[in-house]
Design a binder for this molecule. Structure first.
Ligand code: UD1
Ligand code: UDP
Length: 373
């Protein structure tokens, strides 16, 4: 069986790495990577290939920047050519980015089975481009692999047949555990702890937060106030940096004492930053899951979350309709008073990729033997 794994944006590399490893343990599976090019800076792409030991992509589509339509259409045009040449038996897509939907759409129209990993998540907010990508991808995929129970009920509500739905756990945690065992992780964490024992880790990149000048100014004020409470370490996403620059806010930010603005971090470095932090403030999807697993308090600056388990059983606090004062008050409370002690969600155990590959073998190869085991 030949499998094409699609990657494009930062979180995709993290999700596909354990899947590619699990596929590669079978001699009768050929697993290749196709990189759409959606993320392209070394710190947004190459560093994840290095740290997660992903092979060079077999094809690089070179589609970056542009509007949603340009990105989606560009990937579709280029990926169709790849499918004509490679003739895979299965296309595997992960997550909810434009690369996910664009490649799933091309594959189903060529009658190639599609597996969607991290299916069923719903924020209920159709203004998020990711929500549209999730709904559309789940509607056309053949096999849907789900990380938390809410995903199963969401898919059933959308009349997806239950035979297509598989509750398997979370491949993000497979990668997290893989890197926790990397000898560099402990060295980085030790160094960080001795240099900076107390800090808040901040990441922001959702258009709802960083594309509107009014909200962006509110963010700058929020950072100034938080930095009065505790050191803030802020690895800045390229979208966010571009918007700070465009609205002339960078020089103001650089003057804030107790704020360390840094570029996008490698995955091992970033996991150490989470683990070493007193509190994470974010609008990321994946970071809500990582803080839950690492049991680090997290405040999510969004109206809704497609990952409700991180709030229900994990350490995540959703802060809808946030402003400087509500973030500051909740941060203070989380740091100095009530610590929400979280639990790790069911099947977030490091073996999700193996479960997925076992199911795919049953469906498409009908053989249960791992040649290398
Ligand atoms: C994308 C995903 C989002 C995901 C995020 C992960 C969609 C619709 N959005 O958002 O769901 O949470 O990735 O980080 O698919 N840029 C660079 N260098 C890079 C990559 C991007 O400079 O390596 C800049 C470019 O100016 C680009 C902008 O960031 O135009 C936005 O990139 P894009 O991939 O369109 O969206 P993200 O905000 O990264
Ligand atoms: N991440 C990283 N370096 C950073 C910021 C994030 O390695 O500087 C990792 C993080 O650990 C998580 C993933 O990138 O696994 C999340 O990506 P992002 O927040 O960009 O996307 P989302 O999950 O919101 O789609």
């Amino acid at each position: 069986m030949k499998v094409i794994n699609i990657v494009g944006a930062r979180p995709n590399f993290i999700k596909v790495a354990p899947l590619h490893r699990a596929f590669s343990c079978y001699k009768d599976i050929e697993s290749i990577i196709v990189h759409t090019g959606q993320h392209y800076d070394f710190q947004m792409s190459g560093v994840f290939f290095e740290q997660l030991h992903l092979p060079e992509p077999a094809h690089f589509l070179g589609i970056n920047n542009g509007s949603h339509a340009q990105q989606t259409a560009g990937i579709m045009l280029e990926f169709e050519k790849v499918l004509v040449v490679e003739k895979p038996d299965l296309v595997l897509v992960v997550g909810d980015v434009n690369s996910t939907l664009a490649s799933a759409l091309v594959a189903v129209k060529m009658h190639i089975p599609v597996a969607h990993v991290e299916a069923g998540l719903r924020s209920g907010d159709r203004k998020m481009p990711e929500e549209i990508n999730r709904i559309m991808t789940d509607a056309i995929a053949d096999q849907l692999f789900v990380t938390e129970h809410s995903g199963v009920s969401n898919l059933l509500k959308e009349n997806i047949p239950s035979a297509k739905i598989h509750f398997v756990g979370n491949v993000m945690i497979d990668s997290l555990l893989y890197c926790l065992n990397d000898h560099r992780f402990n060295a980085i964490l030790k160094n960080l702890n001795s240099r900076q024992p107390d800090y808040i880790l901040l990441t922001l990149h959702r258009p709802a937060n960083v594309d509107k000048p009014r909200v962006l100014s509110e963010i700058v004020e929020m950072i100034r106030k938080l930095a009065g409470l505790m050191k803030v370490i802020f690895p800045v996403h390229p979208r966010t940096l571009r918007n700070f620059e465009m609205h002339g806010l960078l020089s103001y930010l650089r003057k804030i004492e107790n704020l360390e603005m840094i570029g996008p971090q490698g995955y091992v470095e970033f996991l150490a930053l989470i683990k070493g932090s007193r509190l994470v403030i974010t609008d990321s999807g994946g970071i809500q899951e990582e803080t839950t697993f690492l049991q680090v308090p997290c405040i999510t600056l969004r109206e809704s979350t497609e990952r409700p388990v991180t709030v229900e059983v994990g350490t995540n606090h959703l802060l809808p309709d946030w402003n400087v004062e509500t973030v500051y008050d909740l941060a203070k409370q989380t740091l100095y008073q009530a610590i929400k002690r979280g639990q790790i969600p069911e099947l977030w155990d490091g073996n999700a990729a193996e479960r997925i590959v076992t199911i795919l073998r049953e469906k498409y190869i009908n053989s249960y033997v791992c040649d290398d085991k």
